[in-house]
Design a protein around this ligand. Structure first.
Ligand SMILES: Nc1ncnc2c1ncn2[C@@H]1O[C@H](COP(=O)(O)OP(=O)(O)O)[C@@H](O)[C@H]1O
Ligand SMILES: [Mg+2]
Length: 279
């Protein structure tokens, strides 16, 4: 991978929704700093021939944690690309709500951490602050807060190559949080991590989300991860991707991710989603 490609992917993680149609938020105002998004009858074909998404219609509410699960290749990442403005729909409308005439910021976190390899942890997180327009003199204090939050206080001067996969994903999460976007798009962000690290990252993400209540679209192929984290889950069918079913997760919050896995309601929901996916 060239330096330019890496820079490109890091920058793509931090996106301004200027490119999108913006609309006033519908309904009552949600938590400060969160935004809603809506896909209305969206279909998508990358080459004008093969349809990868068909008639996708859903709304992300302000402050909601929404997950999308479905088989590989069904178009989950494409939905995130559409919300971010990195891709345009072939049919239908993608809208991200704006606040008081200002565009909403949309942040993207990828499965592969997309950190800048030649920059240390502090500098990688500073990218998020720069893109958010945080004045330079406030960077050091904010970076320290984020490193404390993510258990990386000792690692500000480490380079990505000297960190474990889990630590690199924490830095990527730190950069996403530094950007302070209204919508966080997370594309299988913990997919490459071992089960235990993945669980720890889930706890951290929920703790941070509970404090900040950003709107989140979380893509995963792990049904149990989706149930543990989410308010609502969209289940997709194989290509062309459609939304096959939708489930509201009624488990209590704050959630103990390990504890909820023992509840009968958790197992019932997991079975239903599994059956939808394999049917
Ligand atoms: N940039 C692209 N150009 C052409 N086809 C693409 C591109 N990105 C994805 N696709 C195709 O679109 C379909 C959906 O891909 P993707 O959204 O990545 O699925 P998922 O994230 O659910 O695995 C796949 O068939 C994939 O090959
Ligand atoms: Mg994908």
């Amino acid at each position: 991978m060239t330096q330019d490609q890496v820079t490109g992917s890091a920058m793509a993680a931090l996106i301004d929704s200027n490119a999108l149609n913006t609309a006033a938020p519908a309904g009552p105002a949600g938590p400060a700093g969160a935004a809603s998004a809506a896909l209305s009858h969206v279909s998508m074909s990358y080459d004008g021939k093969l349809e990868v998404l068909h008639d996708i219609d859903f709304k992300l509410n302000e402050g909601e944690f929404l997950s999308i699960v479905g088989p590989s290749g069904c178009g989950k990442s494409t939905i995130l690309r559409l919300i971010s403005g990195l891709a345009q729909p072939s049919k239908g409308i993608v809208e991200v709500a704006s606040h008081a005439g200002k565009p909403s910021h949309v942040g993207f976190m990828f499965q592969r951490d997309a950190l800048l390899p030649w920059a240390d942890v502090n500098a990688n997180i500073a990218v998020g602050l720069e893109c958010a327009g945080v004045p330079k003199e406030r960077h050091a204090a904010r970076i320290k807060e984020l490193l404390d939050l993510l258990g990386l206080a000792e690692f500000g001067h480490y380079y990505p190559r000297a960190l474990s996969g889990g630590m690199r994903q924490r830095v990527a999460l730190g950069r996403l949080l530094a950007y302070d976007s209204d919508i966080m798009l997370m594309d299988e962000p913990f997919g490459a991590l071992d089960a235990q690290t993945k669980m720890m990252m889930g706890y951290e993400l929920l703790r941070i989300w509970t404090e900040n209540r950003k709107s989140v679209v979380f893509v995963t192929h792990d049904i149990e991860e989706a149930i543990g984290l989410s308010d609502r889950i969209l289940v997709m069918s194989a290509r062309p991707g459609r939304i096959k079913s939708e489930y509201r997760v009624e488990l209590p919050r704050p959630r103990d991710l390990r504890g909820v896995r023992k509840l009968p309601a958790f197992h019932e929901l997991s079975e239903k989603i599994w059956r939808d996916i394999v049917a």
